[in-house]
Design a binder for this molecule. Structure first.
Ligand code: 13P
Length: 278
């Protein structure tokens, strides 16, 4: 992921992080990325890992699909919001190429301490680390947080312990927005300047396109998207099931959301400017 995001930083575009939930979603994302020659990050939350059957199952699915589908674009497998040092170590040990340690619910000193331990372990295995300062609002997988804007001081402290990417909470929330997203672009630019790290923007769903473009100009190199794909997929699956009440083949049901999901993926890749950047 480091090479991908350093290139994005240089080229002033962003790479998409799409959350995966099952084998089919992973396939749809990989195929759309390959088709559009975009590098891609497959993000997996701890909830999705549990749902899919465990850390190693996720790794087998992703590595297996890359092989079977002859995927040639760069793919990172990234633990999203790792809640503990143990969780990050488990992911690293089974072949994730990147982890996020999310110590945002702890005081900054505690957050720094746990992040440092993950950085030491991850780097000894060639794996990259994303960390969070401030707190991203909203709810993901049943984990809810109050939004707290990141400070420049905390961002600098986090950089100094050797992380690879920084996710400063600057107004975005997971899930749907109540009202408008209020991103603090000025602080985003200051944090970029002071840390010189590729920055990550969580809560990609529902941020207007213009604001996403501005965020990329201000240093965002990775945009996390989850809810938007869920909505696109569910919309078409619901329609399919309503239209044909006699269908019961789960493969047909899951596949009925493929076109809508791939469309949403390509649209996002176009917006981020990462098509043909593989
Ligand atoms: P959304 O669900 O708002 O797209 O956010 C995804 C995310 O930030 C995953 O870490």
């Amino acid at each position: 992921m480091k090479e991908m995001l350093e290139k994005a930083k240089e080229g002033k575009y962003a790479v998409a992080h799409f959350n995966i939930n099952n084998l089919e979603w992973t396939r749809f994302i990989l195929e759309a990325s390959e088709e559009s020659k975009s590098p891609v990050i497959l993000g997996v939350s701890e909830g999705a890992i549990k749902y899919m059957g465990g850390y190693s199952i996720v790794s087998f699915i992703v590595h297996g699909l890359i092989m079977e589908l002859n995927i040639t674009v760069p793919v990172a497998l990234h633990l999203d919001h790792g809640s503990s040092i143990e969780s990050c170590k488990k992911a690293i040990d089974v072949g994730f190429t990147s982890v996020m340690i999310d110590g945002s619910k702890y005081p900054i000193e505690e957050n720094l301490k746990m992040t440092k331990e993950v950085v030491d372990y991850a780097h000894s295995k060639g794996v990259t680390v994303e960390a969070e300062v401030g707190a991203i609002g909203g709810e993901e997988d049943g984990v809810a947080n109050e939004l707290m804007y990141a400070t420049i001081e905390d961002a600098e402290k986090m950089k100094n312990i050797g992380i690879d990417f920084l996710a400063p909470a600057l107004g975005s929330v997971h899930g749907l927005y109540k009202g408008e997203a209020k991103l603090n672009f000025e602080r985003m630019m200051e944090i970029r300047k002071i840390t010189n790290l590729p920055l990550v923007l969580h809560g990609g769903t529902g941020i207007p396109d213009e604001q996403i473009k501005k965020a990329i100009e201000c240093g965002i190199c990775k945009l996390n998207i989850n809810t938007e794909l869920q909505i696109a997929w569910t919309h078409d699956v619901r329609e399919f099931l309503e239209k044909d009440k006699s269908v019961y083949d789960p493969r047909k049901v899951i596949k009925s959301g493929e076109v809508a999901m791939k469309k949403a993926i390509i649209k996002k890749l176009e917006l981020l400017g990462c098509i043909h950047k593989a």
